[in-house]
Design a protein around this ligand. Structure first.
Ligand SMILES: Cc1cc2nc3c(=O)[nH]c(=O)nc-3n(C[C@H](O)[C@H](O)[C@H](O)COP(=O)(O)OP(=O)(O)OC[C@H]3O[C@@H](n4cnc5c(N)ncnc54)[C@H](O)[C@@H]3O)c2cc1C
Length: 597
């Protein structure tokens, strides 16, 4: 178990180098974790896969609830719920692994995520002992289904502005909830609603545990959606819904904090939750491109198709690497805080809060890789990609929601930069010293340290160090130039977010490939090494473009010139033959007939 002093702090990847042995990689999951993942895969193969059409048609209202109950029987709904409350009490990164596998379940992955994440966790982390005893055993086995009612017609991204009210009854025994919630996943069959409402004229929301049988709850028909059609999404109306006062969750006015902290978990799990889907789409694309012949040959003999397949794999490899790295860092921090004497729930929440930056990165990276992969999947299928009779059409539609919920990607981008700057101001991350060092480096003569290029990833790590300098240079200067106004310069915030995301993803991919090479030898890891190199090559370009845009947006005259020169110095790629590396990766995948990493 990592100790706090040694382990990396959330957001510190921007200023600290990490060694390969200090990150967790998915290749290190234990036999027990793999068995759980296999049970989950078997569940998808038997319960979901044969009924995908039926699930999405929503013609049989009992189908999804019955599949949900089967997931409960297998223990899949109580992965992180402690055994004393009827769950399996497994670790945080195991729950990431299960979210990953369930990601291949289309609509059901939203049903699953809404119940096990935002539906159950508020009680697990904020409930009183009585509330936990009363509700968690039912939720952990799927006897009850949960949903989470935060969004309202006029309160989406601005979630704390909701109008739903909770008024204390004359006898002081109940809160009467009145208001309208929108886009509520699982609402159609939920037994328990986590509801956010304001008491009197409070500034902040308060959370309540609401049982369906309390009364006063009505709902609209199912929303007609672009994708995830088999997941229930409804508007929910609360009309004098009486909630016993003891069903308040945590304290009055603490609801927004609960919502934010629970969303941190949702975000990092959404990153992992795309993985099952993208691996499936890539494997299907490999198979289709082998079977589909044009000009007398399989279409995956063409370089244009190979490059797509390799690109899909490279991006997936990076998402996997960063999600499980973040997941384990969070888990280790949870353990370290608990070992320091913090109560279990508090330790977990604090750890998640500390890694909120990485959670937001996982959400944005994962959801954008998902959209990239399904888009290329459609393209590889050609006309068949556009047909509802082939699997890509549904994957393409289902994917699109991920950039919208759990906080839109715009909101998450702004959050991650805002958090880094705030932590730097508070002195929690020492950003300013390294930023000053980079600033003085800009006006000094560049040093030409020689790098031992024969050492695996020596060149790449040197590039990575420089990319971190780009963030420090641009972020530092932008923060100084704009001060408090930086939050209003959203375009620059988005540029900085892109720089952060690419640094974290590239570093995670490199460290994972290095760790695999350390364990199995460089030759066995040659495709992972190739993907890490390709990823960094592309990330360098993206970082340069984003940073350039930021610089010309806030700096003028000589300062702009100095910054642009610095940028050029810090974003020199290693001119590797990406075409050949992509061909190598694609040929390996084609030979394996699936995404094999
Ligand atoms: C299928 C589905 C399931 C869902 N499930 C749930 C659920 O179970 N429970 C629940 O509570 N909610 C749920 N939601 C709601 C979801 O979380 C919201 O849709 C999401 O937070 C965005 O809010 P909004 O739709 O009001 O968009 P808006 O907030 O109106 O955003 C519209 C656009 O404006 C941008 N924007 C908004 N504010 C800013 C800003 N300050 N700066 C820059 N850009 C901004 C957004 O990024 C977006 O591009 C679900 C939504 C869908 C579609």
């Amino acid at each position: 178990m990592a100790t706090i002093s040694k382990s990396i702090q959330g957001g510190e990847f921007l200023i600290r180098d990490t060694e390969a042995q200090d990150i967790f990689i998915p290749e290190e999951f234990t036999e027990e974790q793999r068995m759980m993942a296999q049970a989950c895969q078997d569940f998808i193969d038997t319960e979901i896969e044969p009924r995908v059409e039926e699930i999405d048609s929503m013609k049989n209202p009992d189908l999804v609830p019955s599949i949900f109950k089967k997931a409960g029987d297998l223990g899949l709904l109580g992965i992180t719920v402690p055994e004393e409350y009827g769950g399996l009490g497994m670790s945080f990164n195991t729950s990431m692994l299960i979210a990953d596998i369930i990601g291949a379940a289309g609509s059901f992955s939203t049903t699953y995520g809404a119940h096990t994440g935002i539906g159950t966790l508020p009680i697990l982390y904020y409930g009183t002992e009585e509330q936990k005893q009363k509700y968690l055993p039912k939720l952990a086995v799927g006897e009850w289904a949960a949903c989470y009612c935060l969004t309202e017609p006029d309160a989406g991204s601005d979630a704390n502005s909701g109008k739903t009210k909770a008024t204390l009854s004359a006898d002081g025994k109940h809160y009467l909830i009145n208001g309208q919630k929108m886009w509520i996943s699982n609402a159609g069959f939920a037994d328990l609603f986590i509801v956010f409402a304001k008491i009197e004229e409070d500034k902040n929301l308060t959370a309540f545990i609401v049982e369906k049988t309390f009364g006063g709850i009505t709902m609209n028909e199912e929303e007609k959606k672009l994708g995830i059609k088999g997941s229930s999404t409804r508007q929910v109306f609360f009309n004098d819904c009486p909630v016993p006062v003891e069903n308040m969750l945590s304290e009055r006015g603490n609801g927004f904090k609960i919502a934010v902290n629970i969303l941190n978990i949702g975000r990092v799990k959404l990153g992992a939750g795309v993985l099952g889907g993208v691996r499936g789409v890539t494997s299907l694309s490999i198979k289709y491109s082998t079977d589909r012949k044009q000009f007398g040959v399989s279409i995956n003999t063409f370089g244009a198709i190979k490059s797509k397949l390799a690109e899909m794999a490279t991006k997936i490899f990076a998402t996997e690497s960063l999600c499980y790295r973040a997941g384990q860092d969070i888990e280790d921090r949870m353990g370290a805080l608990a070992a320091e004497g913090l109560p279990d729930a508090e330790a977990k929440l604090k750890a998640l809060e500390q890694f909120a930056i990485e959670c937001a990165i996982a959400k944005v990276h994962g959801s954008e890789v998902l959209d990239y992969v399904v888009d290329q999947g459609v393209q590889i299928y050609g006309g068949m990609g556009y047909s509802a009779d082939a699997p890509m059409e549904r994957a393409y539609r289902d994917a699109r929601i991920s950039r919208i919920y759990e906080g839109t990607n715009e909101i998450n981008r702004m959050l991650m930069v805002g958090m880094v700057l705030k932590r730097a101001m508070k002195g929690e991350i020492n950003l300013f010293e390294p930023a000053m060092a980079v600033a003085s480096e800009l006006t000094s003569v560049p040093s030409f340290e020689s790098i031992d290029a024969s050492e695996l990833f020596a060149v790449e790590k040197d590039i990575l160090k420089k990319l971190k300098k780009v963030f420090l240079m641009v972020g530092g200067k932008a923060a100084m130039a704009l001060q408090d106004r930086i939050e209003d310069e959203q375009e620059i915030m988005m540029n900085l977010a892109d720089v952060m995301i690419e640094i974290y993803a590239a570093e995670s991919a490199i460290l994972r490939a290095e760790k695999i090479a350390m364990k199995n030898g460089e030759d066995s890891a040659k495709n992972q090494i190739a993907m890490a190199k390709i990823y960094l090559y592309e990330a360098t370009d993206k970082i340069e473009a984003a940073a350039k845009e930021a610089i010309v947006s806030f700096a003028k005259g000589d300062e702009q010139k100095v910054l642009l020169m610095g940028l050029k110095r810090f974003t020199k790629p290693d001119f590797i033959n990406v075409k050949e590396l992509r061909r190598q990766v694609a040929d390996y995948m084609i030979a394996q007939g699936k995404y094999p990493f």
